[in-house]
Design a protein around this ligand. Sequence first.
Ligand SMILES: Nc1ncnc2c1ncn2[C@@H]1O[C@H](COP(=O)(O)OP(=O)(O)OP(=O)(O)O)[C@@H](O)[C@H]1O
Ligand SMILES: [Mg+2]
Length: 384
Amino acid sequence: MLRKSNTTEPRDLGDQFALLVSGVVDYGIFMLDPTGVIVTWNEGAQRIKGYAADEIIGRHFSVFYPAEAVRNRKPDWELEVAKREGRYEEEGWRIRKDGTRFWANVIITALRDESGRLRGFGKVTRDLSERHAEEVHRSAEREREAMLLRAHAERMAELERTKTHFLNLASHELRGPLTVIRGYNSMLADGSIPPAQIPAVSRLLEIKLAQMDRLVEQMLETARLEDDAPELADETFDLRLVAQEQIDVFRPLAEGRLLLMDGGDLDVVVRGDRLRIATIVANLIDNALKYSPQGGEVHCRVGRRESQAYVTVRDAGLGIAAEHMPRLFTRFGRLPTDENVTIPGTGLGLFLCKEIAARHGGDITVVSAPGMGSEFTLVLPSTI
Ligand SMILES: Nc1ncnc2c1ncn2[C@@H]1O[C@H](COP(=O)(O)OP(=O)(O)OP(=O)(O)O)[C@@H](O)[C@H]1O
Ligand SMILES: [Mg+2]
């Protein structure tokens, strides 16, 4: 684009050409003397940098550079390169008169007379701020896409690992009760169990079958959570009854250990999936019994505090070290304790408890210390 010159009086250059240059508005085109002092100015330079000709002619061209570049003597260095090689080109930040910066394409050309003597430099500057902003935007976009892809790939790899882990654990955990069932069954078949013992054996088989049932159910529930939205039933019920039922279920398995239930006098009504809430309570009681191998009572308390209903299960067992807490509610989050070498489990119980509680607008919290026992609390929104 050309406009009639009104800013610069061309000096040394051929008049026609100088006139042409002075009217170019898309490019800043001007000359420097051999020391870098500005000697001509054009319309485009004024438009891009904001200085009028009479403000800038006579000043050193380093005014266009950021302070840091000036400190590093970059402008002088650029002139040196142009002097040595005939030309210097770069893209970089430059500063306008008002202090704002713009992204410039800069070409500095050494101008010599016929005898080779340096007469000065021609400088052509283009404002590429828009293009630069687009490039920055595009590369941010590309980076974002790459990140999403990486995250996806990591998630797929994690799923693969999880699946393998899952299959290993599940087959290991299922094989345990299966071996027991097979053993008793062959004893039943060859008549080596006295008839009087059969009811006791049957109860034991029942326990082993229940273990297998539970594991299969946990695996299915984990898979449902992976798929995101398990269908939750919407029922209204008293949490105290749920807890009492679970205490009753566990009593025969607790081998005479004391399971205490304190339900208070208040109704503790909640809304949600009764069966799943019952499973949470069952998992907490199961853990309380399992992780207190020295015995001690397991105490279950149900109540209401402000707008929250809670079930607390307390044991006097092994307790949990602070450094293990972050692992507690993770999938397959079995703790690396000495005791866990002999205590069976998949590490799915608390993970499922936490997920299901969260999907009811609730949570599971824990207070525990090694050797002091543990207290797990299921908190749910109360409907009263
Ligand atoms: N009451 C507790 N006392 C001490 N440690 C506990 C207690 N409850 C859970 N833990 C620890 O937390 C880990 C995770 O518990 P979680 O119930 O998720 O899995 P699990 O009991 O190992 O297996 P699963 O419940 O699937 O049979 C356990 O392996 C155990 O080390
Ligand atoms: Mg458990």
